[in-house]
Design a binder for this molecule. Structure first.
Ligand code: COA
Length: 144
């Protein structure tokens, strides 16, 4: 399989089970995000990757995952490119909280200071594990 065979598209209700199964591989879940906020990567009718975008105080990329047998083949990058190209108007940056900063640096995100998380996310501001948190906050400028 090469990336030419990958279709990146908006998720549909019928993708819910595939997205849940894929995320569960990494002990992730949809985290209350509706399927309509997800983008999926499909090949031969199978969902091999997914990512969501949510907007609260900031625009955030959420729940990105690629099937373990198909990692490092460019699918994660295709998902991010599609999300950036289709980002809703009115937002200057796309943010992410991640334990995989190397991947996000590769696709153009820059690391922020940990204290920025408190300004950007109410759940970080309230979190009693903030000092021990392993997630890096990163952002990508959408206007370049
Ligand atoms: C992170 C993830 C989505 C990346 O998807 P992918 O399809 O494997 O990524 P790509 O193939 O597009 O990788 C692009 C580049 O990033 C690098 N990369 C991928 N994952 C990386 C990671 N975890 N750390 C550092 N670099 C990484 C790749 O090596 C590649 O570099 P190269 O082109 O120089 O070889 C995927 O590895 C994954 O599902 N990880 C487990 C779930 C997870 O950690 N999600 C993030 C939670 S926020």
């Amino acid at each position: 399989m090469n990336t030419k065979e990958i279709i990146i598209r908006k998720a549909e209700d019928s993708d819910i089970e595939s997205v849940q199964t894929l995320l569960s591989t990494y002990f992730l879940d949809m985290d209350g995000v509706d399927i309509e906020h997800f983008t999926v990567a499909e090949s031969s009718g199978r969902v091999l990757g997914c990512a969501a975008v949510v907007d609260h105080k900031c625009l955030e990329l959420h729940s990105i995952a690629v099937h373990p047998n198909h990692r490092n083949r460019g699918i994660g990058s295709l998902l991010v490119e599609h999300i950036v190209s289709n980002a809703p108007d009115g937002w200057g940056y796309l943010y992410v909280r991640t334990t995989a900063p190397g991947f996000f640096e590769h696709v153009g995100f820059l690391k922020l200071q940990d204290r920025e998380k408190i300004k950007l996310w109410d759940d970080c501001a309230k979190c009693d594990k903030f000092e021990r948190c392993r997630q890096s906050a990163m952002r990508l400028c959408l206007k370049e």
